[in-house]
Design a protein around this ligand. Sequence first.
Ligand code: ZN
Length: 138
Amino acid sequence: MQPPLADQHTCGVVGLKVLCRDDILKHFLNHSKLLMAISMKRFIVLTDKEYGLRVYVFKGVDRDYLVSPCSMCTCSDFIINFVGKKRDYPCYHVIGFAIAERQNRLSYVELDHSTLVAIISEIVFLGFSTRLRKIIKS
Ligand SMILES: [Zn+2]
């Protein structure tokens, strides 16, 4: 028998969105690292002024991560513990964008295309963007 439509959405790529379901959000609501990160404005939405592309970045202390909110994060905790099935809830970066958004505490930065590409390249290849920090400071 086919599962109802709603259940079909819990598998496959779309199913990863269910990471922001209520029980997981609840688990993170009083998570001290997450609350600290929100207050330090570490959840950043980069927008490409030319093409409208949006990239979600968690700006860490010494590492930055690309995040797909409620879906995926490039940090090792997400890969090792969640994807590796050692734990049934993801890293706080994945959930934090949803919580920060509810509290109106996301940071939005608009960039030209080449700057966005430079920042993403730094994060992917170096794990850290000095460019992003310079822009946020200015
Ligand atoms: Zn993460």
